[in-house]
Design a protein around this ligand. Structure first.
Ligand code: PLP
Length: 282
């Protein structure tokens, strides 16, 4: 595997980072995950917009401009051929003696690598997945795609240990998102997802699902989801760049709706696949 580190493409085994890197010592950095379908970076502009917002929120000057990111990412993808893949891109505040305050004049560390996206098991779309509700113990800037993911990791692990695929985080009586995914429910035939605020990551897949619903006349609403209405939902979905749109058919060991992927999910799943196909061939 060829990776990118600070301006160079090199074999993964030769890519080395200092133990003083602030990403390592503090989790002081941000990241992106961009899927690659049919050899093309999917929704790249939206991912780079979000990267800019994350960098600006933690006050790191962008180490590359839009054309520079695009060139580097396309080059990295070309050097790692394969089927569907994703690019992981990370920027940290760089290498300096350990001190909480920002070090002056230190260049950020920029790292990127390509990973395969595992094709989903067809059984998963026939049966859906289980999810577990977990208290949201994260900080108050969940809109920043920070590499500091301890609370997400603990939540996901709790879900996995309970035999579930994902944790759905609950804060102040409202379900916000998954440990690494955004949340949708279908209630009275209306697709509902929480509005974008500091309690959740503005997912690129989430935005595309909302866009496709508007475009194809499916009723959709951005509105807070009380935990109780999660339990009455006809359908629950989780979205992310690599998992796309996952139907949740069991929540806390109880069936969601009729306990199988619902008709609104099916329609949205087909719209999403159509959109991907058109981009591939377009
Ligand atoms: N929410 C969180 C906390 C995430 O980590 C992710 C992605 O990993 C998402 C939502 C989904 O975002 P996207 O659709 O941009 O992959």
């Amino acid at each position: 595997m060829t990776v990118y580190l600070n301006g160079e493409f090199l074999p993964e085994s030769e890519a080395k980072i200092s133990v003083l890197d602030r990403g390592f010592l503090f989790g002081d950095g941000v990241y992106e995950v961009v899927p690659v379908f049919g050899g093309r970076l999917f929704r790249l502009e939206q991912h780079l917009d979000r990267l800019d917002r994350s960098l600006s929120a933690i006050r790191i000057d962008p180490p590359l401009d839009r054309a520079g990111w695009t060139r580097m990412l396309e080059d990295l993808v070309a050097r790692n051929p394969g089927d569907d893949r994703s690019v992981y891109l990370q920027v940290t505040r760089g290498v300096a003696r350990r001190d909480h305050a920002f070090p002056p004049d230190v260049p950020p560390t920029v790292f990127a690598m390509v990973s395969p996206i595992k094709a989903p098991d067809p059984a998963l779309f026939a049966q859906g997945v289980s999810a577990l509700t977990v208290p949201d113990t994260r900080w108050n800037r969940c809109d920043i795609k920070a590499i500091t993911l301890l609370a997400n990791i603990l939540a996901r692990q709790q879900a996995v240990e309970a035999g579930a695929a994902e944790a759905i985080l609950v804060r102040g009586g409202f379900a916000t998102e998954g440990a690494a995914s955004n949340l949708f429910v279908v209630a009275d035939g209306v697709i509902v997802t929480p509005p974008k605020d500091t309690s959740l990551l503005p997912g690129i897949t989430r935005d595309l699902v909302v866009e496709l619903a508007h475009k194809h006349g499916l009723p959709v609403m951005e509105s807070a989801i009380p935990e109780a209405s999660l339990r009455d939902a006809e359908e629950i979905w989780l979205t992310s760049s690599t998992k796309e749109i996952l139907p949740v058919t069991r929540l806390d060991e109880r069936a969601v709706g009729e306990g199988r992927p619902g008709p609104v999910w099916r329609r949205m799943f087909d719209l999403y696949q159509d959109y991907k196909r058109k981009l591939r061939t377009g």
